[in-house]
Design a protein around this ligand. Sequence first.
Ligand SMILES: Cc1cc2nc3c(=O)[nH]c(=O)nc-3n(C[C@H](O)[C@H](O)[C@H](O)COP(=O)(O)OP(=O)(O)OC[C@H]3O[C@@H](n4cnc5c(N)ncnc54)[C@H](O)[C@@H]3O)c2cc1C
Length: 265
Amino acid sequence: MRIADFLVPRRRDAAPAAAVSGPRIASVVAVELVSPRMRRVILQGETLSEIATVGFDDHIKLMLPDRALFSVDDTDGVQWTRRNYTIRRFDPASGLLTLDLALHGHGPAAGWARDVRVGMVVGIMGPKRTRHSAGGRDGTILIGDETALPAIGRCLDEGMLESAVTAFVEIADEGERQEIGLRACDRLTWLPRSGRAAGDAGEIVSALRQFEWPGGDVRVWIAAEAEVARVVRAYLIEEEAVPRDHIRAAGYWRLGVQDGGLRLK
Ligand SMILES: Cc1cc2nc3c(=O)[nH]c(=O)nc-3n(C[C@H](O)[C@H](O)[C@H](O)COP(=O)(O)OP(=O)(O)OC[C@H]3O[C@@H](n4cnc5c(N)ncnc54)[C@H](O)[C@@H]3O)c2cc1C
């Protein structure tokens, strides 16, 4: 299938969009290894500067070709795979859009991220805004694994929430820690799996058990493997008495399932 069949670039003179919904063409302009298992990819495209993104977990659908693609005129027979990725950083002035992709070792997106080179072409749909980005009046707790790290990193780096942020991030091992900007009020705890398989909520629940829960209006955001997110949400409701409507939990991937992200609440 030719990319032009479903990627419709906006005209240069088109009115700026408040929120972008149409597919766009973008090229990879930089590639970096943030940590051994996290690939940072910076994209630029004629219409990317029109993107509107205000929430820390705003995400796009990344459309990936099944072979290395360096030109939109060379898309005959290409099969496209769509996967969700969070906007790690966006500069409206330059239209540069940064994504961080976990190198988890399976699947077309992780494979693309492993082999990506400058000049490659992709499609982008979105971003999709989520409704939870405001945080709580007295604090916000962000919980997740490496797939949630782009959202958590953006939230902290850009100081996107007014109240204090406490973040718990499960990572494969100590080598996956990233430099992330924290305000004096923010806290970030890394939870290395250190050899244990991904998809087990034990480490996160154990960290939450030791956490002194702040009082007042506190909101919780969870994004991780679907079963992990479900177990952590249930723990917070049943054992920490966090009101259900103060929690937003999403499965960003599901063990053994392709494109298995789902919203739990
Ligand atoms: C809203 C949203 C935002 C997201 N943002 C990001 C982001 O910014 N960065 C990011 O890296 N991911 C992010 N994800 C998760 C990402 O979309 C999934 O991990 C996706 O499944 C990856 O596609 P794939 O083609 O590599 O693997 P798939 O083809 O989907 O899956 C192949 C196999 O790999 C397994 N798998 C998938 N993801 C992982 C993983 N992380 N670790 C271990 N095994 C895995 C699956 O269980 C399956 O068995 C986000 C998901 C959602 C819903």
